[in-house]
Design a protein around this ligand. Sequence first.
Ligand code: 8YV
Length: 321
Amino acid sequence: MTVPQASPTTDLLMVGPLLPELTAELESRYRVHRWWQSPDQAALLREQGPAIRGIATSGRFGATRELIEALPALEGVFSFGVGYDSIDLAAAQARQVLVTNTPGVLDACVADTALALMLAASRRIAEADRFVRAGRWPQEGFGLGTRMSGKRCGIVGLGNIGLQIARRAEAFDMPILYTNRKPRPDAPAHYRYCPSVTALAAECDFLVLAVPGGGATRHLVDAEVLKALGPQGWLINIARGTVVDEAALVEALQAGRIAGAGLDVFEHEPATPAALNAMDNVVMLPHIASGTHETRRAMADLMLANLDGWFRNGVAVTRVI
Ligand code: 8YV
């Protein structure tokens, strides 16, 4: 994407570290203030705050009400990532501050990761890798895994990412079931709608979470849902850690109430429960579902297009509000 270089006269507050090349691009086009590295944040707000017109952030760092309210000239919060549960939308709305995210460009990679977790957990891929590296193969046999092909895939949240997961799961001959706030009218007719997460969990083998985070989905997967998923069922989470009651998940795994889990996100990430760390039937990733060179570049381009679009032409490309 070729974008003419702007003179760096617009002030941006960068909340936390972003891709190094994105940071360099931001710094060539804007006057960037690095919030997380500031030794005196109060002084930064006092001295630079009145000039700051944009917050550059990510799903990880978000933007709090305090920060949004502390910047009188703020026009927009520009986020790297599709999820915006860490951004205080009500505070932004009240200030008439726009919020942008990076939808669409990461759907394929996030869906790829969901399938990778489904296979890794059920076929014991990570555990088998550890077995070989530990030099155990010559002495011992490695036990059997669970077949994934043909099993029922239950998707919680049939948005764009959910649809991409469904398409991939169909290539593994998996019947698709889903739940959503309401049935998706453009979903293929053979995808079966279930009215609740518990009903879906009871009818599928892989329960795959693809809903947005935030208050509305907090602990959507609780002890009751896990019980319904049952001892042959696998929980896969590429959404947000907050969607799962993690204490209930640990308990269900310890009691053998579900077969295992594949998790890219955690309730208190980057911290993960010690109990999960010790379980071979749980595959854990450090929130990397969108983490490929190609997708992160596309996310960076979209974030830059939002910033440049707004500050040059008053039009952001992908607005949340
Ligand atoms: C990013 C994500 O890793 O897009 C999202 O919502 O969770 C991920 O793609 C994250 O936004 C970066 O912090």
